[in-house]
Ligand binder design. Structure first.
Ligand code: NAP
Length: 317
C-alpha cells in the first residue's frame, strides 16, 4: 500500500513538473529553460540545452525500439515539449513502455514492420489521426509532422542468418541484399511518401524536416576500401533519395538531409567494434545529442539535400 502511494506521488510530481515546463514554454518563457528542466532530466541530460519549447511540434522516429532511434525518442521527450511518435516493430518494448509511463500523453507507440507495405500504410494512418487531433490553426486541412527521423537499418553480423556486411562481392546473398534494401531504403521512401502531406506547409511558418540516418560508408567519393556491399549500396541510394526528395519538398517549406552518427555503441556496430579506438566509439547519448544540435540549431532552408556528419561537417556524396 505504502509503495503504491509513493508511486502515485512520484508520478503526480513528474506530471506537475512536465506540465509546468510546457506551461512556461507556451506562455513565451524566454529565460534559462535548461535550469527549469534540470529537476526532471536524468543526469545524462542535465547539461544539455532545450531544443524546442513548443508543445505544438510533432516528431516521428522510425524506429525507436533500441539503439540510436530509442535515444532520439528519449532526448526529444526530455529536451522538447512536443509530441513524440515512436515506431516500433514490437509494441511492448520495455524501454519504450518506461518512457510511456513517464511521459504519458506526450508520446505514442505505433507498431510497424518496415518490410510490409500494409503495416507501413497502417502506421501512416495512425500518425495522421494523432497529428490531425493535434492540429494547429495556421495549417489548412490535415495536421502536421515537424521532424521525421528515418533511422532503422540492417548491417548484419556475418552469420548465416544475417550475412552482411560482405567482405567480397562473392559473399553477396540475393535475399540479404533485398532485405537490406527493404529496411534501409524502401521503407524510408515509403514512410516519407506517406507522411509528405503532413511535412509540407506554407512558406512563412516553421520548416518541416526529414532526417535520414545514413553512414559515411554510403559516400561514393569517400570509398577507398570497398567491401560492405549491401549496406553501402543501400546508404548511397538513401543519400540519392535525400537529395531528390529535398528538391521537391523545398517548394513546400520542408527540407531533407542525410546524417552519419559516427561509430556508435549499439547492437548494429557491436560485432565490428574490436578495431575501433575507444575515443572513436560514441555513446548513443553523445551521437544523438550531436545530431540533434545539427537538426535543431544548424540546418537552414538552403541546406536541404546535404549529407552531414554528427558534428555538422559536410560529407561528400
Ligand atoms: N551504430 C553505428 O555505429 C552506426 C554507424 C553509422 C550509421 N548508423 C546508422 O544509424 C541508424 C541506427 O542504427 P543503430 O546502430 O541504432 O542500429 P540498431 O541498434 O541495430 O537498431 C536497428 C533498428 O532498426 C529496427 N528494424 C530493423 N528491421 C526492422 C523492421 N523490419 N521493422 C521495424 N523495425 C526494424 C530495429 O527494430 P527491432 O528492435 O524490432 O529489431 C531497431 O530499432 C541506422 O540507419 C544505421 O545504419 C549507425
Amino acid at each position: 500500500m505504502i509503495r503504491v502511494l509513493i508511486l502515485v506521488a512520484y508520478s503526480f510530481g513528474m506530471m506537475i513538473t512536465g506540465f509546468k515546463i510546457c506551461l512556461r514554454a507556451t506562455n513565451g518563457y524566454t529565460g534559462n529553460m535548461t535550469t527549469i528542466m534540470m529537476s526532471s532530466i536524468p543526469s545524462a541530460y542535465s547539461d544539455l540545452p532545450v531544443l524546442n519549447d513548443s508543445p505544438d511540434y510533432n516528431y516521428v522516429v522510425s524506429t525507436a525500439s533500441r539503439g540510436i532511434g530509442l535515444e532520439f525518442a528519449k532526448q526529444l521527450l526530455f529536451r522538447t515539449c512536443g509530441h513524440v511518435i515512436c515506431f516500433s516493430r514490437c509494441a511492448e518494448v520495455p524501454a519504450l513502455k518506461e518512457l510511456e509511463n513517464k511521459f504519458g500523453s506526450r508520446m505514442s507507440i505505433v507498431p510497424i514492420d518496415l518490410e510490409s507495405q500494409g503495416s507501413i500504410d497502417n502506421a501512416i494512418s495512425q500518425v495522421g489521426a494523432i497529428c490531425d487531433q493535434r492540429k494547429v490553426e495556421w495549417i489548412k486541412g490535415s495536421g502536421k509532422v515537424d521532424v521525421l527521423f528515418n533511422v532503422a537499418a540492417l548491417l548484419g553480423d556475418q552469420s548465416e542468418s544475417a550475412p552482411g556486411p560482405e567482405r567480397s562481392v562473392l559473399d553477396v546473398e540475393r535475399w540479404w541484399l533485398e532485405k537490406s534494401m527493404q529496411v534501409n531504403l524502401i521503407s524510408h521512401i515509403m514512410v516519407t511518401k506517406g507522411l509528405s502531406p503532413y511535412l509540407k506547409r506554407p512558406r512563412d511558418v516553421q520548416m518541416g524536416k526529414v532526417v535520414n540516418l545514413s553512414a559515411r560508408v554510403g559516400s561514393i567519393g569517400d570509398n577507398g576500401l570497398g567491401g560492405w556491399l549491401s549496406y553501402r549500396c543501400t546508404k548511397s541510394a538513401l543519400n540519392q533519395f535525400t537529395k531528390t526528395v529535398s528538391l521537391e519538398l523545398k517548394r513546400a517549406n520542408c527540407i531533407a538531409i542525410s546524417i552519419h552518427p559516427g561509430t556508435t555503441d549499439t547492437d548494429l556496430s557491436k560485432p565490428f567494434q574490436k578495431n575501433v579506438k575507444p575515443a572513436k566509439l560514441f555513446s548513443t547519448e553523445f551521437s544523438v545529442s550531436q545530431m540533434l544540435d545539427v537538426v535543431f540549431n544548424q540546418i537552414e532552408k538552403d541546406d536541404g539535400g546535404k549529407f552531414y556528419a554528427y558534428d555538422g561537417s559536410e560529407i561528400e556524396y
